[in-house]
Write a protein of this length. Structure first.
Length: 182
């Protein structure tokens, strides 16, 4: 009988140690996946052609409805300068940068949030009040029209509807706008 009790205690202790190691591995994997996503994004930034292909390009013809039920088209955007941010619901850097997204020195801001579900709703809720948001099929269509393949991507559009700047982070876009206006 004492051998049986000792065996059960040993197996119990081993199970608890195994469970603690599993939790440690899961936590480490979660951190690793975030770092891997950032590394993948940084590698894509090495391809300078991605951001440069947007500059001096006119917005394509489109018509979308914002979450506030406002109709918006490429024609209605002419006459005002715009900050356009492309976010993806499953993108950790997008969730980090969403609260700082706003007009960034332009007249208006448009957040294009691709994806659906709880993550997309949370991302829209993180946006500041001055930013209009487009979600769902309209957001996917707009991202495809502009051939957005990396998230987040931030565009600055001038009053003529031409993209004058493309950046992967709000900090870079904001610093550029501030420097240009100084």
């Amino acid at each position: 009988m004492p051998y049986l009790v000792a065996g059960v205690l040993l197996v119990g202790i081993l199970c608890i140690l195994d469970m603690l190691m599993t939790f440690a591995v899961l936590r480490r994997l979660r951190n690793h996946s975030t770092r891997f996503a950032m590394l993948s994004f940084a590698e894509k930034l090495g391809d300078t052609g991605y951001l440069e292909r947007f500059e001096n390009r006119r917005l394509p013809e489109f018509s979308v409805t914002t979450t506030g039920k406002v109709g918006l088209s490429s024609g209605s955007m002419v006459g005002r300068s715009w900050s356009i941010g492309f976010f993806s619901a499953g993108c950790a850097p997008c969730h980090e940068q969403a609260p700082a997204f706003g007009t960034l020195g332009t007249d208006a801001a448009l957040a294009v949030v691709t994806g659906t579900g709880k993550d997309a709703t949370e991302l829209v809720d993180l946006l500041p009040g001055e930013a209009m948001a487009v979600t769902g099929a309209d957001a996917t269509t707009l991202a495809e029209l502009l051939d957005i393949t990396m998230f987040p991507t931030f565009l600055e559009v001038d009053v003529a509807g031409r993209i004058v700047r493309a950046d992967p982070t709000i900090a870079k876009a904001d610093a550029t706008v501030t420097t240009a206006r100084s």
